[in-house]
Design a protein around this ligand. Structure first.
Ligand SMILES: NC(=O)c1ccc[n+]([C@@H]2O[C@H](COP(=O)([O-])OP(=O)(O)OC[C@H]3O[C@@H](n4cnc5c(N)ncnc54)[C@H](OP(=O)(O)O)[C@@H]3O)[C@@H](O)[C@H]2O)c1
Length: 269
């Protein structure tokens, strides 16, 4: 285990091996934090070395956070130290029709995005509340505002997480602990490859830069905001989703997430 400088406060970042989480962990390191980072399959040591080069002490935990055993491993690495920042970001998607993928894959999305995330929050945020200080950033998504045809389970998990974040933030008001929900739209990361969605229009359209999304989230967390929708185009989509009927949103989502929709681009709609 790496030696940790006791003067630097601790940030815990899940899903820090790539994408938005790696950028969030980089920001926390640059901001003077030591890190406990976790991911399941990604090149975690490579990320850890890049954060050490920024002066951070880093513990890297390889763990499947969809399981209680994986969360136990993360807690062992935290080892009872006070956590100043908790960035609960690990998550993944799943494309294709609900009935066209094995249920085990859908279950893994739910267990990672919801159960594992809540387990980490429950174990870490209690100590923050006792201490009367701490900042929490949870990566939800604007996907949570839309019924996600051909990504139905994922969007459902993010609807849960968006809602849960706002509720937890309200429960903790006046406690000294803030909860911020980062709500990105489509962002350039490994997300679409892992979700088996590379042949969709969603995966091939222009996307936000992961570093920009992370910066929006990190700044909102430092200010103690309850939410941030990254990128102005997503702010418009989020506002529209409040007034467009769910049936229309679901049909729109079909056009961008249905397998093969990338090939139909410009031809069918
Ligand atoms: N990219 C987008 O368009 C987009 C939009 C809105 C919200 N988001 C959300 O942003 C977050 C980060 O995703 P990303 O876009 O940055 O994708 P990414 O590059 O694939 O990163 C996902 C991170 O989560 C980790 N992870 C996934 N499942 C895990 C598990 N069971 N246990 C431990 N770690 C796990 C991955 O590690 P391993 O690869 O090692 O498992 C990786 O470090 C997710 O919550 C995602 O839902 C993404």
């Amino acid at each position: 285990m790496a030696s940790i400088d006791p003067v630097r406060p601790l940030a815990v970042v899940t899903g820090a091996s790539s994408g938005i989480g790696r950028e969030l962990a980089r920001l926390a390191a640059q901001d003077g934090h030591d890190l406990v980072i976790a991911a399941d399959q990604g090149p975690l040591e490579e990320s850890a070395d890049s954060f050490r080069a920024l002066g951070a002490g880093v513990d890297a935990v390889e763990a499947d956070l969809s399981t209680a055993f994986g969360v136990d491993k993360l807690m062992l690495a935290i080892a009872g130290r006070p956590v100043e920042l908790l960035i609960a970001n690990a998550g993944h998607g799943l494309g294709h029709g609900f009935l066209d993928k094995p249920f085990s894959e859908a279950r893994h999305v739910v267990d990672t995005n919801i159960t594992g995330t809540l387990d980490v929050l429950h174990r870490v945020v209690g100590a923050m509340r006792k201490r009367g200080s701490g900042r929490v950033l949870i990566t939800g998504s604007i996907a949570g505002l839309t019924p996600g045809s051909f990504q139905a389970v994922y969007n459902g998990t993010k609807a849960f997480i968006d809602s849960f974040s706002f509720a937890l933030g309200n429960e903790l008001k006046d406690s000294g602990v803030s909860v911020t929900c980062l709500m990105p739209g489509a962002t350039e990361t490994h997300f679409f490859e892992r979700a088996d969605m590379l042949d969709t229009r969603l995966a091939t359209e222009d996307k936000a830069d992961a570093a920009d999304v992370a910066r929006d989230g990190y700044e909102a967390m430092k200010k103690g905001q309850d939410r941030v929708v990254a990128d102005w185009k997503n702010k418009v989509s989020a506002a529209m989703s409040n007034v467009i009927p769910d049936s229309v949103l679901a049909e729109q989502h079909r056009r961008t997430a249905e397998p093969g929709s990338a090939r139909q681009r410009g031809g069918n709609d």
